[in-house]
Ligand binder design. Sequence first.
Ligand SMILES: *Cc1c(COP(=O)(O)O)cnc(C)c1O
Length: 383
Amino acid sequence: MTKLASGSLTTRSVQIGVGRDNQTGGISFPIYPSATYRHPGVGQSTGYDYTRSSNPTRDLLEEAFAELEGGARGLAFASGMAALTTLFLHFSSGDHLVVSEDLYGGTYRVLDQVFGKFGLSVSYVDTTDNAAVQAAVTPQTKALLVETPGNPLLGVADLRALSELSQEQGLMLIVDNTFLTPVLQRPLELGADVVIHSATKYMGGHSDLCAGALVTKNAELGERLYFLQNTTGAILPPQDCWLLIRSLKTLPLRMERHCASALQVALWLQQQPQVAAIYYPGLHEHPGYELSRQQAQGFGGMLSFRVNSPQLAEQVLEKLQLISFAESLGGVESLITLPAVQTHGDIPEAERQRLGICNSLLRLSVGLEEPADLIADLEQALG
Ligand SMILES: *Cc1c(COP(=O)(O)O)cnc(C)c1O
């Protein structure tokens, strides 16, 4: 990325890679598919030896990740799960993690069914409750992993308070920033040590690639995670790095519109008699509204709502035409899911009931279509 000392995030995003290709002046930075590189002489390197270790297209993307999040080091992975897995490899058998209970089902699955076998233990807590987090910390606890806003219930955790708590207890604070992106929330500036992203979602933004990111606050942890990335190899291929660079250029513009449209849809849903509850941090009634205003620059494009019965939830999914019934989120196209069955299907039934992830709960990723068209589609589906 051209290092602009100042300039808004919008400008810096648009300018990613501009001026970087010195050989041709290309505005779009090229894709380097080469797996390996010729050495100029014995003991010499161009800086590139082998593509798992580093690649010019990936370097640009990784620098952009770091710059957007305000971190020292960015790393690009083949998926959000690959990023999380690489991060969890940093820990050792016997270590304990405190993790948000309102979180992405895949994170729960990899901790429970993969890392559990290697002796990593986890306590799931309500991370919107600082006292509950404090109470879950043991002498073995090494890190706190927070997803905020939560998934699918959009609870808001206090990142400044949790960062203070982590510092006092010597914990690494990890924040999954997939839902808000650095455009709306910059956890490293609020005291987190590492940010993780499923770049498949808003960063990619077009439902056409799978990618993940880690960004560290300091270079030392960045180097350690780079060692794990290079050693275990779940890197993002150069073609996808290029596509993601292109996507990041419009991230600030897209997020602005996602926020505006989501609020409009949330306000409309709130008025509907068929809607029993609505979860969107941008509504004054949401318990995380004030906190969101203090720590984020917007409320995002994700909302969940509970309809009056599981039958009605099914009807909505069947009748929607514009809004696609599909997993994932964060694309320009609106998507709706039934978390209890899809994204959170791996969480045990009793646990889902306790959390309130019932069969009447729908999660909507508000895309960039005209909000009036989305509302019309919801209206006919609820009717
Ligand atoms: C999708 C998602 C992940 C996993 O990312 P993939 O790119 O699907 O591997 C992790 N965290 C959150 C919040 C997600 O939405």
